[in-house]
Design a protein around this ligand. Structure first.
Ligand code: UDX
Ligand code: ADP
Length: 488
């Protein structure tokens, strides 16, 4: 084999770079893995002695970091040194949607990727294989390649005489199950045009992935496959969420509909859970990239088709806040609403594009007083997402004593029972396991009646909620369900 990989450097220590490199280090004890980031605080967190305080929460991650950190897994800010020593550099930095200029609101902002490519071009020595790992728009490899190639002909890094290969190796890990997705992937996709470079990356994966799961394609197919996979998954969620609204209107139950359609082999049962709308850093961004690409290549009908998936998602989130208001007699002004779950899904502390952000914003705009609980998301993160405009500066267990007040604010609660104290309604937005074990009798006694439970994740058992005198709304549940007659 032409290239034997001994030193890997990953630029970007985020939700993708951190777990991916931890698993590579764990599975490849003969490879030294260096994760670098410009964010010093993030690196300090990855090096934290307390493994509970790593910057990314993922089941199973802390154990791997514990095993490998200091052995063949290192986190630092030493960009120049680590790029110099690497045979292979993964680019795993953030690529948010552009907010201004050409493609604003749709295209990905490649500025961080470009900075990375320039850093690699400047510091690399000898032959370096550059692997794009971040979710990127199609043809990004070309951008990276042309930056790297220009360094070969410039005097900037002339003395080191670098040469490069660029591969696309999209990440399919899903947050919350990242370690399992990485250790038992459905497939590993490698896009490239030079056999030696592809072979070198295959060799890394062969340490734990069987040959038939490693798919090799050209660069463009690999890049487009990643966007398409996410678009298809998101499309399923918008499809089922659209049906949930119809279920509520017609008396059907979306869980029954999901089960019925999911048992058709051609459809399959996964990704058919109706919820508060998809979140996460990828789905919306990737679809918007697809929309941008379609329009750019003169295919507006294709763009419109995918745009619909994102529009439905946004409509669905606002639909939930509206029906909370409607059921609370048309106004939530001065009413206390407990929000259970702020992460975009369970088992992660990530809140990017979480449905909770839009829904909480809507309710705050309507004058509600929110008490927010999430087992893994920290208060500072919620502050960042909601802005400080509504933050209750005084305490963390605000009780609304003046129900006529139209002051809108939110507070953070560290337990479910603290959050529900004195509230008019509970809105469950993340499917954290602990929300399926709530003591509804205790909760009902703590709430102001008539009290509502809005379950946007189908995590409650209806009979256990209504029997304690609580009104229940569940996503996509069109059953007429009277409240139980046990008076609290
Ligand atoms: C996604 C892709 O699954 C992954 O392959 C890719 O690499 C990155 O993007 P992620 O965003 O981490 O992963 O989580 P995912 O499990 O896909 O969930 C995304 C959103 O869809 C979450 O808000 C989740 O709650 C929601 N969802 C998922 C549903 O509402 N219903 C479902 O049935 C499944
Ligand atoms: P993802 O979910 O794609 O991993 P994150 O935002 O969690 O996204 O992580 C991306 C990381 O990349 C951040 O920690 C950011 O500081 C880092 N980063 C961005 N640009 C650079 C750069 N030029 N050099 C090093 N790190 C970078």
């Amino acid at each position: 084999m032409k290239y034997k990989i001994k030193n890997i450097c990953c630029i970007g220590a985020g939700y993708v770079g951190g777990p991916t490199m931890a698993v590579i280090a764990d599975k490849c004890p003969n490879i030294n893995v260096e994760v670098i980031d410009i964010n010093k605080e993030r690196i300090d967190d990855w090096n934290n002695k307390d493994f509970e305080k790593l910057p990314v929460y993922e089941p199973g991650l802390a154990e791997i970091v514990k095993r490998c950190r200091g052995r063949n897994l290192h986190f630092s800010n030493l960009l120049e040194e680590k790029i110099k020593n690497a045979d292979m550099v993964f680019i795993s930095v953030n690529t948010p949607t552009k907010t201004k200029g050409v493609g604003a609101g749709k295209a990905s902002d490649l500025k961080w990727v470009e900075v990375c490519a320039r850093q690699v071009a400047q510091f690399a020595r000898g032959h370096t294989i550059v692997v794009e790992k971040s979710t990127l728009p199609v043809r990004t490899a070309e951008v990276i390649k042309s930056i790297l190639e220009s360094s070969q002909s410039s005097t900037l890094n002339f003395s080191n005489n670098p040469s490069f290969d660029v591969l696309s190796n999209p990440e399919f890990l899903s947050e919350g199950t990242a370690i399992n997705d990485l250790t038992n992937p459905d497939r590993v996709l490698i896009g490239g045009d030079r056999k030696d470079a592809i072979e070198a990356l295959c060799e890394v994966y062969r340490n734990w992935v069987s040959e038939e799961k490693i798919l090799k394609t050209n660069v463009w197919s690999s890049e487009l496959a990643k966007l398409t996979a996410n678009a298809f998954l998101a499309q399923r969620i918008s499809s089922i969420n659209s049906i949930s609204a119809l279920c509520e209107a017609t008396g059907a139950d979306v869980r029954e509909v999901s089960r019925a359609i999911g048992s058709d082999n051609r459809i399959g049962s996964k990704f058919l859970d109706s919820g508060p709308g998809f979140g996460g850093s990828c789905f919306k961004k990737d679809i918007l990239n697809l929309v941008y690409l379609s329009e750019y290549f003169g295919l507006p009908e294709v763009g419109d088709f995918w745009k619909g998936v994102v529009e439905l998602n946004s409509w669905h989130q606002h639909r939930i806040s509206k029906l909370v208001v409607k059921n609370l007699f048309g106004t939530v002004s001065g009413k206390k609403i407990s929000i259970l779950g702020f992460a975009f899904k369970a088992n992660t502390n990530d809140t990017r594009e979480s449905a909770a952000i839009n829904i909480c914003h809507d309710l705050l705009e309507e004058g509600a007083i929110l008490s927010i609980h999430d087992p893994k998301v920290e208060k500072w993160q919620i502050s960042k997402d909601l802005g400080s405009k509504y933050l209750n500066p005084i305490n963390n267990d605000y009780i609304n004593e003046n129900n006529n007040s139209n002051i809108s604010e939110w507070s953070f609660c560290s337990t479910i029972y603290q959050a529900v104290k004195g509230s008019d309604a509970i809105l469950i937005l993340t499917e954290w396991d602990e929300y399926s074990f709530i003591d509804w009798e205790r909760v009902s006694k703590m709430m102001r009646h008539p009290a509502w439970v809005f379950d946007a994740r189908s995590i409650t058992k209806p009979e256990q909620v209504i029997k304690f005198g609580l009104n229940l709304w569940r996503i996509g549940d069109g059953y007429e369900r009277p409240t139980g007659d046990i008076k609290i």
